[in-house]
Design a protein around this ligand. Structure first.
Ligand SMILES: O=C(CO)[C@H](O)[C@H](O)COP(=O)(O)O
Length: 149
């Protein structure tokens, strides 16, 4: 699969660790930065990865900041994006099964590289259940449309 990754300075180490694991798994990775510890603004990276996914240039995205919160909020502003902050295996599975999440987000402050790699693998391998969940996703899409300028 093709995966777009991004982080701010607070998530760069974890983003790089997940990037390496994804490459080792044979996935194609697009690294949207950041690339060092210089202070940057997380919305820039949330937007870049979210647009890759929304435009179909990537199948899924991975985003990391210090807490995972700001970068997920940013990504979720892009139409069609369902970015989920994940902190355990169950969340990795159910963000896909029930929410058809297309971006997984982590807080570097909370997740080890081992955990983030494991949660990302579960996320990528778990299909969407569809069925009754599509009714809810359609309602989310309707909220997006109603609030477009
Ligand atoms: O987690 C984050 C957003 O949710 C950011 O990584 C965090 O706010 C960056 O803060 P600072 O500039 O103090 O490193």
């Amino acid at each position: 699969m093709k995966i777009s990754l991004g982080s701010d300075h607070g998530g760069v180490d974890l983003k790089n660790a997940v990037l390496q694991v994804l490459k080792d798994m044979g996935h194609e990775a697009i690294d949207r930065g950041t690339y060092d510890h210089q202070r940057v603004d997380y919305p820039d990276y949330g937007k870049a990865v979210a647009e890759d996914v929304a435009k179909g240039e990537a199948d899924f995205g991975v985003l990391v900041c210090t807490t995972g919160i700001g970068i997920s909020i940013s990504a979720n502003k892009v139409r069609g994006i369902r970015a989920a902050v994940v902190s355990n295996e169950d969340g990795a599975e159910f963000s896909r099964r029930h929410n058809n999440a297309n971006i997984i987000c982590f807080g570097q402050k909370y997740q080890t590289a081992y955990e983030a790699a494991k949660f990302t693998r579960i996320f990528l391998e778990t299909p969407y259940d569809g069925g009754r969940h599509q009714i809810r996703l359609d309602k989310i899409s309707a909220i997006e449309l109603e609030n477009e300028r």
